[in-house]
Write a protein that binds this ligand. Structure first.
Ligand code: CUA
Length: 333
């Protein structure tokens, strides 16, 4: 077990910092999940070395040699050995199950004092809704020290909500709600992934958890969830705001801004130019109304040559945000 201990020490050191090994531990779930993970992994190391070592030893020891007969006397079985190699793995499996079940219960049962945030997954972004305040946000903004309950559902296909730093992950399913909870301890930003393959831009279905101090969180709520202004608190030009929304609300997954075609048409030159649509109709010059309609009712006018796959942003972007995106598209000549 010397090797195991040396490795264990190295990995325990690595676990405390973000590194090639495990992500940082940023929730109460993290250390218990990691302990079980380590237990199973070291157990596997131990038996791997034991079994492969024994195999190599026997291969060398009983290799064919001059003057030694090829045939051995028949072996009829060994009850002691069979009981040992059944009972010991049996006990280890029961330990893994009991330990895992205990941790699973702790993650599945949400504490009563939790603050609720609604999570909506759709191709290919996450939206977070704060039911009491009526705020809709592209990032999960939470106050440090407050237990958070996530009530999650999907608008289209199966997604999976995963925050590695918190060691929580759960499928997000259309037509039903699934629940997760965590307790962010410190002010920090953590990555959110989708871990269920959900189509072309699955790997771009990213968001952030922003853990703020309770004062900063109150301020964020008071601002209606909008990010604070630019440097020195100056208001940001609409086009710049639109660019931020483009990056944070999932538009970037399907629309380029440099003219290359992705899942959807590029935004470069999308304003004020002629467009042909899949149903044979056309527009001589696209305007604000066309862009607004394409955001809210994407299927109304699908550009010829592209699939009708864009989800509606109805209820997810307010008028000001839609205007910002229009201004951004206008700036991409
Ligand atoms: Cu959503 Cu992968």
């Amino acid at each position: 077990m010397n090797l195991g201990f040396a490795l264990g020490h190295l990995m325990a050191q690595a676990a405390n910092t973000a590194s090639w090994w495990k992500p940082i531990q940023a929730s109460a779930h993290a250390s218990s999940v990691d302990s079980l993970f380590n237990f199973i992994m070291y157990l596997c190391f131990f038996f791997f070395v034991l079994i492969i070592g024994a195999m190599i030893y026997f291969v060398v020891k009983y290799r064919r040699k001059e003057g030694v007969p090829i045939k051995t006397s028949p072996i009829k079985g060994n009850h002691t050995l069979e009981i040992v190699w059944s009972v010991i793995p049996g006990i280890l499996l029961v330990i893994m199950f009991a330990w895992g079940f205990k941790d699973w219960l702790a993650i599945a049962v949400v504490p009563a004092n939790a603050m609720e945030v609604r999570v909506t997954g759709q191709k290919w972004n996450w939206t977070f809704t704060y039911p009491k305040e009526g705020i809709v946000s592209p990032d999960l903004v939470v106050p440090a020290g407050q237990t958070i309950k996530l009530v999650m559902t999907s608008k289209d296909v199966l997604h999976s909500f995963y925050i590695p730093d918190f060691r929580i992950k759960r499928d997000v399913v259309p037509g039903r709600y699934s629940v997760l909870w965590f307790d962010p301890a410190e002010e920090a930003t953590h990555q959110i992934f989708c871990t269920e393959y959900c189509g072309t831009s699955h790997s771009n279905m990213l968001s952030k958890v922003k853990v703020l101090s309770s004062e900063k969180y109150e301020q964020w709520i008071a601002n209606g969830g909008e990010e604070e202004g630019g440097a020195g608190g100056k208001p940001i030009p609409l086009a710049e705001k639109g660019k931020k929304l483009y990056e944070s609300r999932g538009c970037v997954a399907c629309h380029s801004v440099d003219g290359t075609a992705k899942v959807g048409p590029s935004w470069k030159g999308a304003y004020g130019t002629a467009h042909k649509f899949a149903d044979g109709s056309s527009l001589a010059s696209t305007d604000e109304n066309y862009i607004r309609e394409s955001i809210l009712v994407p299927g109304a006018k699908v550009v010829a040559g592209y699939p009708n796959v864009m989800p509606s942003y109805q209820g997810q972007l307010n008028d000001k945000q839609i205007e910002s995106i229009i201004e951004y598209i206008k700036s991409l000549k």
